[in-house]
Design a protein. Structure first.
Length: 334
C-alpha cells in the first residue's frame, strides 16, 4: 500500500478507536526499529574496535620504514602492501624489509615451493623454523605458511626475536645464512622506502618536563577552525620561550613564517625532514648545519594556534609520518 494512501486512510476512513490502535502499532514499530538500529550500530562499533585493537597491539620499538616509494607501489602487488604495513605496526620490523624478503623468497607468492631444501610458503620457512616462530596473522585459528598474513607476521616475529631493532642485518643473516642474501634484501628494501630510521633515536624536541601530547597525529577537530582536518604532526604544550631542540643532525631548510604554522623551522636530515612550528623566535638561519639537541628557536603561539605549544612534524619523501614512531619520549629522569 502506498504510504500516502495509508495516511489518507488513517485520517479519513479509520474510526477514532481504530486510529488509536494504529497509532499504538506505529509507535511500537518505531521504538522497535530504533532499538534494532542502536544494537546493530553498537555491534558494528564493537567489531571495528576489536579488529583495530587486535592489529594495533604490539611492540613499539624497532627499525621501521617510511612511506612507500613510487617503485614500491608499482613493484609490490597492491593486496600485500597492507600485510607488510600491519606487520611493521605490530612487530616494529620495517615493512620494506618484509616486502623485500617476500619478493626474494617467493616473488610475492608466485613460487611457494616446497624448495629443494624443503622451505615452504609465502616467506619460504623451513618446517622447524616455522614451528618456532609461527603466527596466526589473519586470526583464523590456523597457522598456514602459505597464507601471506600468517607468513609475513611469522617472519616479522622471527626478525624481532632475533634483535632486528638493534641490528637489522644480523637478524636478516639469521633468517637466511648468506651475506649476499642480506645485501640483496636490504638493497630492495631501500628501493621500497628511502628511509629506515630506528625510532627512539630522534631526540625529544623540548625539555623533558614537556612530554604530554595535547593533539596527536591524524584526523582531528581543528582547535581554531573547528572543522575536521588531518593533523600532520603532534602538538606539545609548553610555556612561551621554552627552547626547541633539533631532533637529529641536519641542515636548516626554512627559517621564517609559513601560513598556519606561523614562525617555523624546517630541518633537512637527508632521509627525512622535521618541522617545528608556532615558534616565538628562530635562532638558526637557512643553510646552517645543526647538531641533534641544538636550540633552533623558542616555543610560541604564532600562526593558527590556540596557545603556546610546539607543533612538530616528520616528513619522509615529502609525506607526513607519525612523529611518535620516530622520537624517544624522555623518561623525565633527567
Ligand atoms: Zn599541530
Amino acid at each position: 500500500m502506498d504510504p500516502r494512501a495509508m495516511v489518507i486512510a488513517f485520517k479519513t476512513v479509520a474510526s477514532p478507536k481504530e486510529r488509536k490502535n494504529l497509532s499504538v502499532k506505529i509507535k511500537y514499530l518505531l521504538i522497535g526499529s530504533a532499538a534494532l538500529f542502536f544494537f546493530l550500530g553498537l555491534a558494528t562499533v564493537m567489531l571495528i574496535t576489536a579488529v583495530i585493537g587486535s592489529l594495533g597491539v604490539g611492540i613499539t620499538s624497532g627499525f621501521r620504514s617510511g612511506a612507500p616509494t613510487a617503485f614500491a607501489v608499482s613493484d609490490i602487488p597492491a593486496q600485500y602492501l597492507p600485510v607488510f604495513l600491519k606487520a611493521q605496526e605490530k612487530y616494529g620490523v620495517s615493512w620494506a624489509v618484509l616486502a623485500a624478503i617476500a619478493k626474494v623468497e617467493s616473488s610475492f607468492g608466485l613460487n611457494m615451493g616446497p624448495s629443494e631444501a624443503g622451505a615452504v610458503g609465502f616467506m619460504q620457512f623451513m618446517p622447524g623454523t616455522w614451528e618456532k616462530y609461527k603466527q596466526d596473522g589473519n586470526g583464523d585459528g590456523v597457522y598456514d605458511p602459505y597464507n601471506p598474513w600468517d607468513a609475513v607476521f611469522s617472519a616479522a616475529n622471527m626478525l624481532h626475536s632475533n634483535g632486528f631493532e638493534k641490528d637489522p642485518e644480523k637478524a636478516l643473516y639469521l633468517y637466511n645464512h648468506a651475506g649476499w642474501y642480506v645485501r640483496k634484501v636490504m638493497a630492495i628494501a631501500f628501493q621500497y622506502s628511502s628511509a629506515m630510521i630506528p625510532p627512539g633515536q630522534g631526540m625529544w624536541p623540548l625539555p623533558s618536563r614537556y612530554i604530554s601530547i595535547s593533539s596527536g597525529y591524524g584526523m582531528r577537530l581543528h582547535p581554531v577552525l573547528k572543522e575536521y582536518r588531518f593533523h600532520d604532526g603532534i602538538d606539545i604544550p609548553a610555556p612561551a620561550g621554552t627552547p626547541v631542540f633539533a631532533v637529529q643532525d641536519g641542515r636548516v631548510a626554512w627559517d621564517r613564517s609559513k601560513g598556519g604554522y606561523g614562525l617555523c623551522v624546517v630541518l633537512n636530515h637527508g632521509s627525512c625532514t622535521t618541522l617545528y612550528a608556532h615558534l616565538s623566535e628562530i635562532t638558526v638561519r637557512a643553510g646552517q648545519e645543526v647538531k641533534a639537541g641544538e636550540v633552533v628557536g623558542s616555543v610560541g603561539s604564532t600562526g593558527l594556534s590556540d596557545g603556546p605549544h610546539l607543533h612538530f612534524s616528520v616528513y619522509v619523501n615529502s609525506r607526513p609520518c607519525n612523529p611518535e614512531e620516530w622520537l624517544a619520549v624522555p623518561s623525565g629522569n633527567y
